[in-house]
Design a protein around this ligand. Structure first.
Ligand code: PGA
Length: 258
């Protein structure tokens, strides 16, 4: 992390977990133990039906609520989908875009790009995910693959909006598996992502963008991952479902900037 140039962000991704009532319980517990310090931004991305309960619960705090997906269209005949302006009106600040679990359901880089543009247009902070499979890592094509996902995902994002985008590097082989990338592996890819942003924009923009690591980040490994110079936070699945664990990860982000 480097707080001189960019924000540290600890974001939870609940995936398809918790009901609205469970959301209320989580938030009450979380608020009672939430660190007071302001060393990082805190986001919780929750299932769509939990957004109202989450937003209500964090009204008096600095926690930002996010969605886990959005549709790129403004409105219309898209049964079951949710537009970015609906998320904004419901009180969301963030939206996860292009998570590997959604890409596995058919979401393409073009879809991701359209959603990133729609999120920015609506004033949401997109958390754009990228990540390689185990086969790709073993074939030594990780950096090329990630560079392609970043370039395609950011197409048409103007210079003045790039700082608003958060990128999350989530190696697919590390998600929900208990297999975490080593701090060095994660740093190497996050550094390469910043280099891609530098090429697409300027070094000033690359320096200002927050790049998160995700994939079995937990209260035990968070400190070492967050100590890396190009890892500006975490996108946390499993460990964000337990208030104590999520709080410990937030506390792990309270370290001197490198
Ligand atoms: P995990 O999920 O922390 O449970 O591995 C991370 C994610 O998929 O965002």
């Amino acid at each position: 992390m480097n707080r001189k140039y960019r924000k540290t962000v600890i974001a939870g991704n609940w995936k398809m977990n918790k009901t609205p009532s469970e959301t209320k319980d989580f938030m009450n517990q979380f608020k009672s133990i939430m660190p007071k310090g302001r060393w990082c931004d805190i986001a919780l991305c929750v299932p769509a039906v939990c957004i109202p309960a989450a937003v209500r619960a964090v009204r008096d705090t600095r926690v930002g609520i996010g969605a886990e997906n959005c549709n790129a269209n403004a409105s219309g005949a898209y049964t079951g989908e949710i537009a970015t302006n609906m998320l904004v009106d419901a009180g969301c600040k963030y939206v996860i875009i292009g998570h590997s679990e959604r890409r596995a359901m058919g979401e393409t880089d073009a879809d991701v790009n359209a959603k990133v543009l729609a999120a920015l247009e609506a004033g949401l902070t997109p958390i754009m995910c990228c990540g390689e499979s185990l086969e790709q890592r073993q074939a030594d094509v990780t950096s090329e693959w990630i560079a392609m996902q970043i370039k395609l995902g950011l197409q048409g994002v103007p210079e003045e909006k790039i700082r608003k985008v958060i990128i999350a590097y989530e190696p697919i082989w590390a998600i929900g598996t208990g297999l975490t990338a080593t701090p060095e592996q994660a740093q190497e890819v996050c550094e390469s992502i910043r280099a891609v942003v530098r090429k697409l924009y300027t070094s000033k923009h690359a320096r200002a963008i927050s790049i998160l690591y995700g994939g079995s980040m937990n209260e035990k490994n968070a400190f070492d991952l967050l100590a890396q110079p190009d890892i500006d936070g975490g996108l946390i699945g499993g460990a964000s479902l337990v208030p104590e664990k999520f709080v410990q990860i937030i506390e792990a982000a309270n370290q001197p900037t490198v």
